[in-house]
Design a protein around this ligand. Structure first.
Ligand SMILES: [Zn+2]
Ligand SMILES: [Zn+2]
Length: 327
């Protein structure tokens, strides 16, 4: 499997002490936009995890941060989320310091998107977060949060009542189960939930509007016209993808699953043509190596294949995201 160090920022932020990591040559990923915003208060998207269920050490589980006006809004909480957030904070995005993580949205409750949730609930609290986590997601979100608090109830009791100083409310979760339409709004952002289908599971994509940018994040979805309509010329369309090359090589059972649950490059090209985003960003790419069945697929499903297929089917700007890339 092809590996190249990816833990570098795509754009060095407006921070005098920030320096690019070795090897962070512009364009090294083949997909970094030359015009990534660097203004202090401009909206930035920081990819905290771009992976899949595959425990790839180079790609944490899905989690995308939208940072605006010094505040961070997280979309999904895959495994590794808080450590990746701290890596971004160490590179100058102070909004992603763990104690500042207090608002998150879930696209759906698949484990690869939610296994970082206990981390997101508890670690920032242990580090001193004062307010509860505000958590928005599909039906089942509140039950999941409650179950996590139950699972760690002894830990929470010992930290609250033992000698260790602890804030009284920072471990709590204010869970809100969303439906289609505006899910959240404050002075910085408006977040709109867009129903999508992931198999027969109701999931949500989200559109995020700020003063200077519009962003759509697909989560996991099979092709959905509502997503193209929601983007409709948005600045960034962040979308999951699977290559045709790898899908052709998986077993019939996996092909049936992929058709119902995810979006191919050709299908994504159709969505992008209809919605014309300023930049299409690929993430949560179905694995190289054709998944768990162990089929020998060579490099099928690689990032290179995904970009090659996208460019074949779609003539607009396309990038592939890596963990800690900033757009
Ligand atoms: Zn999923
Ligand atoms: Zn997923």
């Amino acid at each position: 499997m092809h590996h190249r160090p990816r833990l570098v920022l795509a754009a060095v932020l407006a921070c005098a002490s920030c320096t690019a990591a070795p090897g962070d040559a512009p364009g090294a990923s083949g997909g970094r936009p030359p015009d990534a915003p660097t203004a202090d208060r401009g909206t930035r998207v920081v990819f905290l995890g771009t992976g899949t269920p595959l425990p790839d050490p180079e790609r944490s589980g899905p989690s995308t941060a939208v940072v605006v006006g010094g505040a961070a809004y997280l979309f999904d909480a895959g495994p590794g989320v808080v450590r990746r957030a701290m890596a971004a904070a160490a590179r100058g995005v102070s909004a992603l310091d763990s104690v500042n993580l207090h608002t998150a949205f879930l696209t759906h409750l698949h484990s690869d998107h939610t296994m970082g949730l206990p981390d997101l609930i508890l670690t920032p609290w242990v580090m001193g977060r004062k307010e509860p986590l505000a958590l928005y997601g599909p039906p089942g979100t509140a039950a999941m949060a409650a179950a996590i608090l139950t699972a760690w109830s002894e830990d929470i009791a010992h930290r609250l009542d033992g000698l260790q100083p602890a804030t009284p409310r920072g471990y709590q979760v204010n869970a809100v189960e969303v439906s289609a339409g505006v899910a959240y709004e404050d002075a910085r952002v408006k977040v709109t939930a867009i129903p999508v289908l992931h198999g027969d599971w109701q999931a949500f994509a989200y559109r995020i509007d700020t003063a200077d940018r519009s962003i759509v994040i697909s989560g996991d979805a099979r092709p959905t016209p509502a997503l193209a309509e929601a983007c409709n010329g948005c600045d960034l369309l962040i979308h999951e993808v699977q290559t045709e090359g790898s899908t052709a090589k998986v077993s019939p059972e996996w092909q049936a699953y992929r058709r119902q649950y995810h979006t191919t490059t050709r299908e994504l090209a159709d969505i992008a043509r209809r919605s014309r985003p300023g930049l299409l960003i690929l993430y949560h790419r179905a694995n190289a190596g054709c998944d768990q069945v162990g089929t020998d697929c060579g490099t099928s499903g690689s990032e290179e294949e995904a970009l090659e297929e996208m460019r074949r089917f779609y003539d607009g700007p396309v990038a592939a995201a890596h963990d800690l890339d900033v757009f």
